[in-house]
Design a protein around this ligand. Structure first.
Ligand code: GLA
Length: 669
């Protein structure tokens, strides 16, 4: 396996990456020596440098100032700390947007955003792209051969604050994008269904971005604008990547994704092909009652978009963030469990935002590895202890996680689900994804969270929540998967429309009707808070359908609510496999029972573990590494024939105290 970063000359053997965003430009040079010393003390071996340093690196057009960055990189190298070097293109400096105001993003209501925050550039701006590539070329040209350089970091969270722009330059680029896709205006009219509300177009020039309108916009228009905008951002990623690969061919290229949330608009399944290493940023939410489930979901998505490749956790928080309502501090041990959970799910290291807590700027109250209190702090001691843990886990570098279940995310369907004009405004793609994931997590089932374009062949089970926009070829892929022995779980609002968001007629769920063996004549969504009972004792919310059987058999019926008496969950045997249809949002107990049943039928290997004890297995060339993360409040004892890399404990029975972690190495003979 190739390492996810170019290992520096001083490195001996593989190690996991440990470190964070390092912003020396925010500090007097006198502080740097302390940074380097404390980084070494904490076991830091990789830092991300220069993400927001454009204004420092290029103080004026044609003027470059790399002296300070030379000294930073040299200093880091002396301390044997490798660098993930940013192209620094994320935030243009004030002089650039002053000279080219058209770089600044325009909102749907026509307001052009002012300079003063970050990442406010229009993804279609030529002036931005020219300047950014000039900067990236300067950075790459200067540092390609630097001994500390281990990884290129393109931009930062592409599309985080600028996922779409509605300016005239974007409009012109959108027309070209559409012409590429549809060739003629007539094809576009057909695809967008423009005979509805007199929207018929007669020339490309009439196409506009979906700006603020009097009433609902055209869903197909809105869908294409999301696709176009994602492609524009991807164009920036590809342009910078091409330049870096030309100037430094042996240094891997990455950018930080925001999985899973931003998958709602950014086509990460496609973007993953543009990077050598998938990297992800993940932050837990203060009001999430089970943040560790969110961590696992993000990690399984990071592995899933990359097709199972080892990946890197580029950012997470050492404790609180500074952008939520109440920024909850992590509890003792939570940071360690979060970092190790990402690694348990396949990350080749854990990096934080950020190394040293800032004193100025909008993020001055964001946590850091080195907090405002300084090195004499519980936070820094925990950071150093985690660094020591990661050093002990070096043997796992390069090992991978294999999952028998694919939880499918369709970017287009997620984006489309966020719009008005659906049968229910309470449809919630992100929540459904999380609920299905949580059921699998609770059942100790390992899954990859994969794009709908992924190869399905390696999975025994596929779960497709809300795959609303699905074309005939995709329906055929699912049929092939089932007929060859796969178990498909399709949920309500799957397969109802094609990729142009035009409803498939003849009964829902359209393209999947035959495969699922059901036919539905109308949707019967529920009101907020309404619950319906099912014949198996579970319950549903949000949605119901009067399902008619057309080849499937009923596994559970509605016993209350608008679809009482009709099947709620169905099962159809097709070829060597099974196609399930779940026509309501099952409550957690229902999802749990259902997950168990499908896993048993599909003969998915199960891990026997107590509730809230997370277990994942990484497979290396010579050993299996079983991560046991005890999120519960009780100590557990598990049977293991191996040695814990963290404590040296050996089996056959291993105690895992509440909140603690074990990584058991078992040799493969
Ligand atoms: C994002 C950014 C970082 C920082 C953190 C704060 O992930 O990439 O620069 O703003 O959020 O949580």
């Amino acid at each position: 396996m190739e390492s996810v970063w170019r290992r520096p000359a001083w490195a001996q053997g593989d190690v996991l990456a440990y470190g964070g965003d390092y912003c020396p430009e925010q500090w007097p040079e006198a502080v740097w020596a302390e940074d380097f010393r404390l980084m070494e003390e904490a076991g830091v071996n990789l830092v991300t440098v220069g993400v927001f340093a454009w204004a420092r690196l290029q103080p004026a057009p044609g003027r470059w100032d790399f002296g300070w960055l030379d000294r930073v990189l040299d200093g880091l190298a002396e301390h044997r700390i490798a660098v993930c070097l940013a192209t620094a293109t994320a935030s243009p400096p004030p002089w650039l947007t002053a000279a080219h105001p058209e770089i600044q993003l325009v909102r749907a209501d026509g307001v052009r955003l002012s300079h003063g925050s970050r990442q406010g550039w229009c993804p279609s701006s030529a002036a931005y792209k020219d300047a950014a590539l000039e900067l990236a070329e300067q950075v790459a040209g200067r540092y390609a051969g630097h001994p500390a350089l281990a990884l290129w970091h393109i931009s930062n969270e592409l599309g985080c604050h600028n996922p779409v722009c509605y300016c005239d330059e974007s409009a012109a680029r959108f027309r070209v994008w559409l012409e590429d896709r549809y060739e003629t205006v007539e094809n576009l009219n057909l695809a967008w269904g423009t005979d509805f509300w007199s929207q018929r177009l007669s020339a490309w020039e009439e196409v506009l971005p979906p700006r603020t309108t009097s009433y609902f916009g055209n869903p197909a228009h809105l869908n294409d604008y999301v696709r176009f905008s994602s492609d524009e951002l991807r164009g920036q990623l590809q342009a910078e990547a091409a330049l870096l690969r030309q100037l430094a061919p042996d240094v891997p290229v990455t950018t930080n994704f925001m999985l899973p949330g931003r998958w709602r608009s950014l086509d990460y399944g496609a973007w993953a092909a543009d990077v050598d290493v998938v990297a992800n940023d993940h932050y837990t939410l203060s009001d999430d009652p089970r943040p560790h489930v969110a961590v696992a979901l993000a990690a399984d998505a990071s592995r899933g978009v990359g097709g199972g490749r080892p990946w890197l956790l580029m950012e997470h928080a050492a404790s609180a963030v500074s952008w939520q309502k109440a920024n909850r501090a992590k509890t003792p041990g939570e940071m360690r469990r979060n970092s190790l959970a990402h690694i348990a799910h396949g990350a080749e290291g854990a990096l934080f935002f950020q190394w040293r807590a800032a004193v100025a700027g909008a993020e001055r109250y964001h946590s850091a590895m080195l907090p405002h209190a300084g090195a004499d702090s519980d936070q820094f001691r925990a950071v150093a202890a985690l660094g020591a843990d990661l050093a002990k886990l070096a043997p796992i570098a390069g090992s991978t996680v294999a999952a028998p279940i694919g939880l499918v995310v369709d970017r287009d369907s997620w984006a489309a689900s966020l719009r008005p004009t659906l049968p229910s405004a309470f449809l919630d793609y992100g929540a459904a994804l999380r609920e299905w994931y949580e059921a699998l997590w609770d059942a100790h089932l390992t899954c990859d969270v994969i794009p709908s374009t992924a190869d399905f062949n390696s999975y025994k089970v596929l779960v497709t929540p809300h795959w609303q926009l699905l074309d005939a070829a995709e329906a055929q892929r699912l049929r092939d998967f089932v007929e060859q022995g796969g178990h498909l779980v399709a949920t309500y609002f799957t397969g109802v429309a094609d990729r142009c968001d035009q409803v498939v007629t003849g009964g829902y769920p359209g393209a999947l009707r035959d495969l699922l063996g059901v036919r539905v004549e109308e949707f019967r969504p529920l009101l907020e808070g309404q619950e319906v009972k099912l014949s198996d004792g579970t319950a549903g919310r949000l949605w119901t359908e009067p399902v008619k059987l057309a080849g499937a058999t009923a596994a559970a019926f509605y016993v209350s609510g608008p679809s009482a008496g009709f099947p709620a969950v169905t099962r159809a045997e097709r070829g060597a496999g099974v196609a399930w249809y779940v026509s309501t949002q099952l409550n957690p107990a229902g999802l749990g029972e259902f997950a168990d049943r499908v896993a048993d039928e599909a003969a998915v290997p199960r891990i026997d573990a107590p509730a809230d004890v997370e277990i994942t297995v990484r497979r290396g060339a010579e050993a299996l590494y079983t991560f046991v993360i005890n999120h519960s409040a009780e100590a557990v004892a598990l049977k293991f024939d191996g040695v814990d890399l963290l404590t040296g404990d050996t089996g056959p029975v291993m105690a895992v105290p509440a909140g603690d972690v074990r990584v058991v190495e078992q040799a493969l003979r």
